[in-house]
Design a protein around this ligand. Structure first.
Ligand code: HEC
Ligand code: HEC
Length: 216
C-alpha cells in the first residue's frame, strides 16, 4: 500500500524528469536495440521529412534525452519518425534510455577545433548575437541546465534542420515549439542558421554514436 501511494505521488507530483523514477542504465541498454537501428549506425541518414544525418545521442544528459523524447511523444516536436518511436515508450522506458545514453560519456569537451578564420568570424558574431553560450555553456558542451542539450560537434546537417524547425509553423511534419529556442532561432535568416550549424558542428564535443557491441 505504501509503495502504491509513493508511486502515485511520483507520477502526480514529480515525474521522472526530476529524477524521482528509478533509472536503470542496464535496462536502458536492452531497450536501446531498436534505437540503434538508426542512432547506432555512424552517419545514418534520415530521408523524411528532410534529408540529414540522425543526431548523435551518446553523451547527451539523461534529462535532455527524456525531455526530447517527451517533446516528440506529446507533440512539441513534430518529427513523424520520432513521434512514432516515442509514442510507444513509457515514462520508465524513457528514464532507462536516458540513463543509458547519458552514461555514454567519452572524455571531456576539448578546445574547439580550428575553422577557417573568415567563417569563424562570421559565426562568432552570430553566436554573440544569439548569446548561445549563455545556455549551451562553455564550448557549447556544458549546458547550464540538465535538460538543455550539448550541441558542439553534433552533425551540422542535423543542427541546421533542428534550428530551422524552431522557425517553422504550420507544417504537420516539421516544427519545434520550444519557446526559448523559438525566440532565438527567429532572430536569424536561414543563411545565418547554416553558418551557425556548420560552425558549431565543426567544434569538438562529447557527442558520439553509440554503436552496439556484438558480444552482448
Ligand atoms: C527510424 C530511425 C530512428 C529510430 C528507430 C529512433 N530514432 Fe531517434 N531520431 C531519429 C531522427 C531522424 C531524429 C531527428 C528528429 C528531428 O529532426 O527532430 C531523432 C531524434 C532523436 C532524439 C533527439 C536528439 C536531439 O539531439 O535532440 C532523441 C533523444 C532520440 N531520437 C532518441 C531515440 C531513442 C531513445 C530511440 C529508441 C527508443 C530512437 N531515438 C529511435 C531517428 C530514429
Ligand atoms: C536561453 C537559453 C538558450 C539560448 C540563448 C540558446 N539556446 Fe539553443 N537550446 C536551448 C534549449 C532549452 C534547447 C532545447 C529545446 C528543445 O527541447 O527543443 C535548445 C536546443 C537547441 C538546438 C537543438 C539541439 C538538438 O540536439 O536538437 C540547437 C541546434 C540549438 N539550441 C542551438 C542554439 C544556437 C546556435 C544558439 C545561439 C544562436 C542557441 N541555441 C541559443 C536553450 C538556448
Amino acid at each position: 500500500m505504501r509503495t502504491l501511494t509513493q508511486l502515485a505521488f511520483w507520477l502526480i507530483c514529480c515525474g521522472f524528469s526530476t529524477g524521482t523514477l528509478a533509472q536503470d542504465a542496464k535496462a536502458g541498454e536492452k531497450k536501446s536495440s531498436w534505437c540503434s537501428s538508426c542512432h547506432g549506425v555512424p552517419g545514418f541518414k534520415a530521408i523524411s521529412p528532410e534529408v540529414h544525418r540522425v543526431p548523435m545521442i551518446g553523451g547527451q544528459s539523461a534529462s535532455y534525452i527524456v525531455s526530447a523524447l517527451k517533446a516528440y511523444k506529446y507533440g512539441e516536436r513534430l518529427n513523424p519518425t520520432m513521434k512514432g518511436v516515442a509514442a510507444t515508450l513509457t515514462d520508465a522506458d524513457m528514464a532507462d534510455l536516458g540513463a543509458f545514453y547519458g552514461a555514454q560519456v567519452q572524455g571531456g569537451a576539448a578546445a574547439p577545433a580550428g575553422t577557417t578564420a573568415a567563417s569563424s568570424r562570421q559565426a562568432a558574431d552570430l553566436l554573440k548575437k544569439g548569446n548561445c553560450v549563455s545556455c549551451h555553456g562553455e564550448n557549447y558542451s556544458k549546458p547550464i541546465a540538465p535538460a538543455y542539450p550539448k550541441i558542439a560537434g553534433q552533425h551540422a546537417d542535423y543542427l541546421f534542420a533542428a534550428l530551422k524547425a524552431y522557425q517553422t509553423d504550420g507544417n504537420p511534419q516539421i516544427g519545434r515549439k520550444n519557446p526559448v529556442m523559438g525566440g532565438v532561432a527567429r532572430q536569424f535568416t536561414q543563411d545565418d542558421l547554416k553558418v551557425l550549424a556548420n560552425h558549431v558542428g565543426s567544434l569538438q564535443g562529447d557527442l558520439h554514436t553509440v554503436v552496439p557491441s556484438r558480444s552482448r
